[in-house]
Unconditional design. Structure first.
Length: 216
């Protein structure tokens, strides 16, 4: 019954976002599913690389939590959702925050994530999680004049049915209209934070990232 509810919610989110999404110009996603991953088991192999216009069609839009939703239609309706915590401590408001370049840890299932935690959801092919944990690393995000998403690059890892990130997982590297190549090797969150902090202290150049707001 829980799986049916998860699938019903995913279908609603997919079609509600698809109606206002813009088609990608270029897009690709690399996915690597561990044995036992419920959602990852639906990709048809332990690892895949899907490309826009070849295996299916990518579209991208903002979701209702000011995050990003990417849909991939290969006949099996895949959806990737990312959102920052909705709570803003600086203003003591809970109206949502725009996604920016950076690492988001301790993510839980979008759109049911706590206001103080980021939201994440990778679903498709009739498979979805009722509970999940994970992280995502936004490498590039470019907003257009109308606040639409022009370019987006993110790496993520989603753990099935466990918020403590101990269950089987699927790693993904997703690019929409981005020149940053997909990364088939996941970098653990602790390493990302350590390297980023070290580079800030030493003044060394960091990993390639790009946050831009520009006119379309």
């Amino acid at each position: 019954m829980k799986k049916v509810i998860a699938i019903a919610i995913f279908t609603f989110l997919f079609f509600s976002n698809a109606s206002r999404a813009g088609l990608a110009t270029t897009g690709s996603v690399y996915l690597n599913a561990e044995p036992g991953s419920w959602v990852g088991g639906g990709i048809g192999a332990s690892e895949v690389l899907w490309t826009h216009g070849v295996e299916g069609i990518f579209s991208i839009s903002k979701n209702f939590d000011k995050g990003v939703t990417v849909n991939f239609d290969d006949g099996k309706l895949w959806s990737f959702n990312f959102a920052a915590p909705t709570y803003d401590a600086a203003t003591n408001t809970n109206n949502g925050n725009e996604l920016t370049v950076g690492f988001y840890d301790q993510a839980t299932r979008f759109p049911f994530n706590s206001p103080t935690k980021p939201g994440l959801d990778f679903s498709g092919n009739g498979r979805g999680n009722n509970t999940l944990g994970g992280w995502f690393d936004v490498l590039e995000i470019v907003y257009g004049q109308n606040n639409d998403i022009l370019r987006f690059a993110v790496d993520f890892r989603q753990f099935d049915e466990r918020e403590d990130m101990s269950g089987p997982s699927t790693y993904g590297s997703l690019r929409i209209n981005s020149d940053i190549p997909v990364n088939p090797v996941p970098i653990p969150g602790a390493v990302i934070l350590f390297v980023s902090g070290l580079m800030m202290l030493t003044g060394a150049p960091g990993m390639k990232r790009n946050l831009t707001i520009q006119s379309a």
